[in-house]
Design a binder for this molecule. Sequence first.
Ligand code: SAH
Ligand code: SF4
Ligand code: F3S
Length: 468
Amino acid sequence: MAAEGETRAQPRAARDTVADGAREDAAPARERKVFIRTWGCQMNVYDSERMLGALAARGYAPTERPEEADLILLNTCHIREKAAEKVYSELGRLKPLKAANPGLRIGVAGCVAQAEGEEIVRRQPAVDVVVGPQTYHRLPELLKRAEAGEKVVETEFPAEDKFDHLPAGAPMARRFSAFLTVQEGCDKFCAFCVVPYTRGAEVSRPAEKVLAEARRLVAEGVREITLLGQNVNAYHGEGPDGRDWSLARLVLALAELEGLERIRYTTSHPNDMSDDLIAAHRDCDRLMPYLHLPVQSGSDRILKAMNRRHTAEDYLRLVERIRAARPDMLMSGDFIVGFPGETEADFEATMDLVRKVGYGQAFSFRYSPRPGTPAAGREQVPEAVKAERLARLQALLTEQQRKAQDAMVGQRVRVLFEKPGRLAGQLVGRSEYLHAVHVEAPAALMGKIAEVEIVRSESHSLAGRLVA
Ligand code: SAH
Ligand code: SF4
Ligand code: F3S
């Protein structure tokens, strides 16, 4: 999934969530505050919500101000080098807060926590707790130990299912689109990637649990759910009938839920794009016509060196089949330039593939050697070459994205309105294709889907008008 940028979990009514979490001991008299900062992919955003849910059940209310927090949690990403360095510089900035508030505890969660473990406490002694993605349900207990003065590092892959022990994420005020993790971990071991090491082996949640969580979200007003997984289309959770359900089967069951208008999923691997999932895009109108399907490179030689286990031609044929099922599908992708061994000809093959597919959205990165991954020890492409290739690729992708966005002008789309716009009387929402659309619309349309005609394409969004 796209791991660009960072996201800050929004604060919400923490007190509302107490009912969901088993309270192991009484909440403290004074309400404590937690500040959480989230980097990385959507799964980290989802995890941050679940952690806030677990902490709310222990009397922690979220705050947006680290200065007033009793607990600061950094939910981190290890996917590229800069991601980890950002965490250490953030920790350096936060450290002085401990002098002002000796009760403050600082925790590092997420993929850097998993990958670096004790090294984090060594490098930054202000850190009290290090907790990997598979042990968030133990957070309250870990905090108790930290409060007693212990430095706690927990990076196991425990046998129990964390989701069984984590209260549901706290409901966000007026939220209409939500993430729901259905699959976690990865067994693919692409030669560049840390995820199989930080998230562990591929595990699918039972369909019944996913459906129950979806029902709860819909009851809270959610109209769109994005199913999350590192390889979401490899989903094979146990179904209520005792058989393994595919992602397509799960999507079709979710589409039956009254009130759930839209279903999305991310991130998919080309090799797991099964026939039934492609057919679901043809048959299920609640499944949105937007597909994030990373290919990384258009060169067969590089794809092989990356251990992607498919060719450029396989990918192109797959995209053809997807578009035959759903002609308006907006394709999104991830690309890595400057992978070890990439020549100018290999890079040109990537440019070719991009021209053939025509992406409506894309994320592209310079290869970043990650410790412990197979490609890290190979001979590296010089940084200047990577930078130059990335600039060329991004110019092409930007042009394609612009074209796809401009092509929406004059078309009718259906927009799910999610928040007020910048101007009074405006609402902003997303089209089926995930384009942001702002429209003059009554506030009563918030959380609802309405038909909109696109009148203008702007730099990062579309402008539209309600169709009577
Ligand atoms: N499970 C997802 C995504 C994982 S990470 C998938 O299979 O697509 C998101 C993206 O980060 C990847 O698709 C890849 O393009 C990029 N990425 C991963 N490791 C990287 C590395 N070492 N250097 C640069 N980019 C990387
Ligand atoms: Fe990483 Fe490859 Fe697994 Fe995606 S499929 S998480 S890129 S190893
Ligand atoms: Fe980053 Fe971990 Fe997600 S490395 S991209 S936060 S799975």
